[in-house]
Design a protein around this ligand. Structure first.
Ligand SMILES: CCCCCCCCCCCCCC(=O)SCCNC(=O)CCNC(=O)[C@H](O)C(C)(C)COP(=O)(O)OP(=O)(O)OC[C@H]1O[C@@H](n2cnc3c(N)ncnc32)[C@H](O)[C@@H]1OP(=O)(O)O
Length: 153
């Protein structure tokens, strides 16, 4: 199965967190998994926060940000009865609220999941969770918005 990010149009594939065309980026890959979405990521030691073996909070935000917009695009597609291979809507983050529940470890596989909360036209609300094994480390609530097509001239 292709990752959601691998279906982004080339002109929208440069995101530092998940763009396949950003050579220096993190290349997060998100997948549809039944009625939710899932991604895995293992952070190298250089992404340390201030406390030993604790992942920098900005990286947690980045993981939720990228996985959330990918999830929103997939959920919008599902609502419209479209398969991803026909192209994805282009969603960006309008708001992202994060609760940091427990430290997330470095050099350990993290699992990020997304679940659809609701859709109202271009607006998609996604619930996000980040686990290390069974440990819930962070939750997020995202409002993603589908970009409008540029006006034809
Ligand atoms: C950058 C291009 C990327 C392309 C994407 C594909 C690849 C993705 C790559 C991965 C990316 C990784 C992720 C990243 O890093 S994405 C990068 C971080 N995000 C951004 O830079 C987004 C910056 N913001 C914008 O561009 C605009 O504000 C957007 C496009 C979001 C809306 O401006 P637009 O002019 O289009 O629409 P509108 O203003 O009429 O609003 C529409 C509706 O939404 C409601 N609303 C708006 N904001 C908020 C808010 N904060 N809370 C609550 N509600 C809000 C608003 O009231 C209205 O509601 P309603 O009146 O209709 O009921």
């Amino acid at each position: 199965m292709k990752a959601i990010q691998d279906l982004y149009a080339a002109e929208y594939a440069h995101c530092f967190g998940c763009g396949p065309r950003n050579a220096g980026g993190h290349h997060l890959k998100s997948y549809v998994d039944g009625d939710r979405t899932i991604a895995h990521f293992t952070a190298e030691a250089c992404y340390s926060g201030g406390v030993p073996n604790q992942l920098y909070g900005g990286m947690i935000a980045s993981l939720l940000d990228c996985h959330g917009t990918a999830s929103a695009a997939a959920f919008l597609n599902q609502q419209r009865g479209r398969t991803p291979e026909l192209g994805l809507p282009r969603c960006v983050t309008a708001s992202l609220r994060i609760d940091f529940k427990r430290p997330a470890p470095l050099e350990t596989q993290l699992t990020i999941t997304g679940a659809l909360q609701s859709i109202d036209r271009r607006k998609v609300w996604v619930a996000l969770h980040l686990h290390a094994g069974e440990q819930l480390c962070a939750t997020g609530e995202m409002l993603a918005i589908e970009l409008q097509e540029p006006a034809q001239s």
